[in-house]
Design a protein around this ligand. Structure first.
Ligand SMILES: O=C(O)CCC(=O)C(=O)O
Ligand SMILES: [Fe+2]
Length: 327
């Protein structure tokens, strides 16, 4: 099979289901156009993110995620880890604005993930822009998930109930501040995303790389202005018993001191949603989910999400959840 050198482009305003099926099954990554989100909305989100990172460090550290047992807020450069190695980026993690939840004895610990966000007082518009963005992209992702389920021959509304109540939307505002002084180029290390679909907005600076289907190398994802880069998360792999795979990807730090900004939106169900197998014709061709002792895939979404946070934010875990283990 020849390696794709650019990603498939899917137009959500006139979806070609065969193309979507192939893009999801063969590549696991594609560019989404025709989604209805305007260039003005996109540049507002990115410019608000830039304003956040341009604030004095003390203002950013006032939102340190070490303050939050719910893993919300700001992670300074070098405090996040992927594959046990330090990532070279700083970021603000935002999710649904909910009251702090402390799981009762016997309740799954993933309920710690529910809680309030931390917002900067000096940049009040960040709250409105981010919450609006999550609502807007949920609508787009919902449509896309329906198209995708239909494209593989399943019932398009099969997972709607999993999103009722408080679906676990997650927006990350990210800055890659050039290369680490020690010469390491891990912006963010190789990983898969934990939910159904990720809709990623980036500036024009390259860096995102996707693993090739044969697992032998990585290809650069070019910036297509106006498009969202979409990738499949682990729940789609679980849902289809491995017919669709969550794709490994990483970000290579921009050279020198060049900065790169990005904003992945993770379209996720409720934390306690159990992902039942999708009834679809390809189920008989599916070869099972990836077996990796270092990365078990959980059908109950909260566990899958908590796995990711515990791995990426060991300092938060040491401070707030020293007893926490992943079932
Ligand atoms: O910044 C990017 O381009 C991708 C980031 C990413 O993959 C992630 O945060 O999960
Ligand atoms: Fe990712």
């Amino acid at each position: 099979m020849s390696q794709p050198t650019s990603l498939p482009v899917i137009d959500l305003s006139a979806p070609d289901r065969d193309a979507l099926h192939r893009a999801a099954r063969d590549v696991g990554f594609f560019q989404l156009v025709g989604h209805g989100v305007t260039a003005a909305e996109q540049s507002r989100l990115l410019s608000t993110a830039r304003d956040f990172f341009a604030m004095p460090e003390a203002d950013r550290l006032a939102l340190d995620n070490l303050n939050s047992p719910h893993f919300r807020g700001y992670t300074r450069i070098g405090n996040e880890h992927t594959q046990g190695r330090r990532d070279w980026r700083d970021q603000l993690d935002i999710s649904n604005e909910l009251p702090a939840r402390v799981p009762a004895p016997g309740e799954p610990p993933y309920w710690w993930l529910e809680g309030p966000n931390q917002w900067p007082t000096a940049l009040p518009e960040l709250r409105e822009v981010s919450l609006e963005w999550m609502g807007r992209l949920s609508t787009v992702a919902h449509r896309l998930l329906h198209e995708l389920l239909a494209a593989v021959g399943g019932p398009e509304d099969f997972y709607d109930a999993a999103f009722s109540g408080h679906p676990r939307n997650h927006l990350k505002l990210v800055r890659y501040p050039g290369r680490a002084p020690q010469g390491d180029d891990q912006g963010v290390g190789v990983h898969k995303d934990y939910g159904f679909l990720t809709l990623l907005l980036t500036d024009e600076v390259p860096g995102l790389q996707v693993e090739t289907p044969d697992g032998q190398g990585f290809i650069d994802v070019p910036n297509l202005p106006g498009a969202f880069v979409v990738n499949l998360g682990e729940l789609l792999e679980v849902a289809t018993n491995g017919y669709l795979k969550a794709t490994n990807h990483r970000v290579v730090s921009p050279p020198g001191s060049r900065e790169r900004y990005s904003a992945p939106f993770f379209y996720n169900p409720r934390l306690d949603a159990r992902i039942a197998p999708l009834p679809f014709p390809g189920a008989s061709d599916a070869d099972g989910v990836t077996q990796d002792p270092d990365n078990p895939l959980f059908a109950e979404f909260g566990w899958n999400e908590l796995k990711g946070w515990v791995r990426a934010h060991p300092t938060v875990v040491r401070k707030h959840h020293p007893e926490l283990t992943i079932a």
